[in-house]
Write a protein that binds this ligand. Structure first.
Ligand SMILES: [Zn+2]
Length: 440
């Protein structure tokens, strides 16, 4: 009876010459049907076009359809500080350049910076990101406006920030944000203590309790540099991972940015805890923080995700650059061209990113899963020929080959046009924001 079955209605059908499947294989002459923000069907172009009647059908031609990339650690509003100061020792950079400007940030400035970040990420195929910053209300609003998926949190210090006067008020701020965004399908809230050196064990324990009570993820910078380890040992007589573990922070709900300075024993504990590390290779390289033991983590089955960190220490929020850098860095670090293959790196930016987002449905194209989809133009000279799509994605793509970005079935970017953001107006806003931040 199949031959006579009426076509099923859906919102959108995307067709392309190639589609990257869950298992890393490439389907030729493929299509995806999307309805209600989810993938209704995927398969051959002919099957989908016959079986589904779409409100809109987009023929992408010589293109590759793939899952959207997940930027698992960033500080979106820091786009305002991009290129402000580079190539300086960490403490000079932070104390003389970054902190003074950050003190002038307002909620409106943070919102503009975050919108710029969302535009940059949407343009280069990111569909979801994890964000930590001060005045995070502004970033939640920007993400909701842009249409991207986001897991965000107010950065929590044991000292005052522009968003709160003390630790109790900081935790109240998270409670309030969790309440505001609890029913939003794309914007989610997490508890985000900044790091062991800017908090106290007491605050970390309070963060653990709050995350457990509200059933929220927890995100912290951990073991970013040997200097962090030294300071932690001097203050508490233990290394950062041990401190976090004793505060009860290591659990499957925990996302750990950087994880550079870790011993083999600590990697075993990390694997046992099922916490998700986020590798930020360009930031680690630019700030000369060290090299995260990524191949050793992957070997232990730890789902290492990939992130850009903020634009002041990268300076791009471009996951294609991040993938290429990760793939190359570990080869030279281990003097081994086989230690981190392109397919593993792509997995870090997609399926492992889903662990960081605490939403295992993301990072893959699967029937019934969220329609977070991107497409790349394969007529770009730099992606020609196509011996291996995964090789081209990791080693050759720049992100500017992205022609379509879709989140939850909604097209946010297509053929140079943003559907939600007014880029000309945004650029004007950024010019005035930068004047306000840096004058006087
Ligand atoms: Zn960071």
């Amino acid at each position: 009876m199949l031959a006579t079955a009426a076509p099923v209605s859906c919102d959108t059908v995307l067709t392309a010459d190639y589609l990257l499947t869950d298992s890393g294989e490439t389907l030729c002459n493929a299509a995806v049907a999307v309805a209600g923000g989810r993938i209704l069907a995927l398969g051959s172009r002919q099957t989908i076009l016959t079986g589904y009647r779409a409100a809109q059908c987009i023929e992408l031609g010589e293109a590759l359809i793939m899952p959207g990339l997940i930027n698992a650690h960033t500080h979106a509003s820091m786009t305002l500080l991009r290129g402000l100061a580079d190539d300086l020792p960490l403490m000079t950079w932070l104390q003389k350049h970054i902190f003074p400007v950050e003190q002038r940030l307002t909620r409106e400035l943070c919102r503009k910076g975050a919108l710029l970040a969302c535009a940059e990420m949407t343009r280069a195929g990111v569909t979801a990101f994890v964000d930590m910053y001060l005045l995070e209300d502004a970033v939640f609003e920007a993400a909701a406006e842009s249409g991207l998926r986001m897991l965000g949190g107010e950065v929590l210090f044991s000292f005052p920030s522009p968003a709160y006067k003390n630790c109790e008020a900081a935790l109240d701020c998270v409670r309030r944000q969790a309440e505001i965004w609890k029913n939003h399908s794309r914007v989610k809230v997490a508890v985000m203590p900044h790091a062991v050196y800017t908090t106290t064990p007491k605050l970390l324990e309070a963060c653990r309790d709050l995350a457990a009570t509200l059933d929220l993820p927890l995100h912290i910078h951990l073991a970013e540099t040997p200097a962090e380890t030294e300071g932690c040992c001097a203050t508490y007589g233990k290394r950062p991972l041990a401190l976090c573990r004793e505060a009860g922070l290591l659990s499957p709900r925990t996302i750990l940015a950087h994880c550079v300075d870790l011993t083999d024993e600590e990697l075993d504990l990390l694997a046992e805890s099922e916490a998700v590390p986020v590798h930020c290779p360009r930031s680690n390289m630019k700030l000369a923080s060290g090299i995260s033991p990524v191949p050793a983590m992957l070997k232990r089955g730890i789902p290492v995700a990939l992130g850009t960190d903020g634009a002041a220490s990268n300076n791009a929020l471009n996951m294609f650059l991040e993938m290429g850098t990760a793939a190359l860095l570990h080869k030279i670090a281990g003097l081994s061209p086989t230690c981190l293959p392109a397919s593993s790196v792509l997995g870090m930016a997609t399926q492992n990113g889903a662990f960081a987002m605490q939403n295992r449905e993301l990072g893959r194209l699967k029937i019934g899963g969220p329609a977070d989809i991107i497409a790349l133009d394969l007529t770009a000279p730099g992606l020609t020929p196509l011996h291996s799509p995964i090789s081209n994605l990791v080693y050759a793509a720049t992100g500017h080959e992205v022609t379509l970005t879709m989140v939850e079935g909604e097209i946010l970017y297509h053929n140079g046009e943003f559907t939600r953001l007014d880029i000309a107006a945004l650029r004007e806003d950024i010019r005035s924001a930068v004047r306000e931040l840096t004058s006087g």
